[in-house]
Design a protein around this ligand. Sequence first.
Ligand code: KG4
Ligand code: ZN
Length: 337
Amino acid sequence: MLILGIESSCDETAAAVVADGSSLLSNVIASQIDVHTRFGGVVPEIASRKHIEVIIQVIEDALDDAGVTLDDIDGIAGTRGPGLIGSLLVGLSVAKSMAFARGIPFVGVNHIEAHITAIFLTEQRPAFPFVALVVSGGHTNIYQVDGFGSFRILGQTRDDAAGEAFDKGAKMLGLGYPGGIVIDRLSKGGNASYVQFPRSMKGSLDFSFSGLKTALLYYIKKRETPVSDDELPHIAASYQDAIVDVLVDKTLQAAEGLSLPRVVIAGGVAANSRLRELFQERAGKRGVDVFIPPPVLCTDNAAMIATVGYHRLQRGDSDALNMNAISRWPLDCPEGV
Ligand code: KG4
Ligand code: ZN
């Protein structure tokens, strides 16, 4: 079964063709980073206009790269939410229109579910049940996953998401946007013990990153001299470690609490090299297997959307064409909030 996936929830316009929910035939991603960089973050109105400009070309490229035509596609999956409403509407409207025109089924997909399901596009597929950590620009959640489409929330952030903590920290350090990847690269030459940043909410499975952000702000402001270029890698590495340390700890704590020796790490922050390293190191010691997709399947893409679409269609489950986008849509809340 060939599914065309379409994703436009934030600042990436993406389309992909996936066979049988597991075999990636194409994965096209048009990033808008260059457009938003000068504003220091994503500008929603500009994002939706850019999606409109490129989405048809992105879909054509995805079909071409896969060596198929629309006649070969069995179903279309589009991101329904959560995300920026104007951006979501572009991809969802195109997905519904194409499904209507071709007379094939349409599935409106939850973006968080898709991040978790991305692991099934790799060779390394976990058995159910497992614990999943979803860490992105908008989410920091831990779930118990019992099967496709079956989730129970175990912990979540009380304030900022981990990706937001990376992006805001990078902005304070004058490193530009998006900050996660810059901090990741810069930290490679740094000493993570240089600054002792706080780790909050120890013992709980919930997260809080606002105190860490404030700690960085005070660290920069209270100094007598500005941060020098030589110090930057050390400060970045210390800040990065404060984020990844709690992510790894709480996820493994959840796995241990449930006696589930499998964890899946998903979402844009899962591309972070220190997070990947620390998970392998600490999980190995505790007898837990860690499953992390390659970085290109961690950040936003449409292959993960197509994979959820496939599993929904396999269960005989598709959506009506009058389905609307929803900006806030927790996984355990079928119609959003
Ligand atoms: O999943 P994603 O692409 O979009 C959302 O659904 O939010 O995640 C984007 C987030 C951004 O905050 C970005 O800074 C972060 O993922 N990110 C990283 C890395 N690559 C992307 N954070 C840390 N290290 C990275 N290598
Ligand atoms: Zn995402």
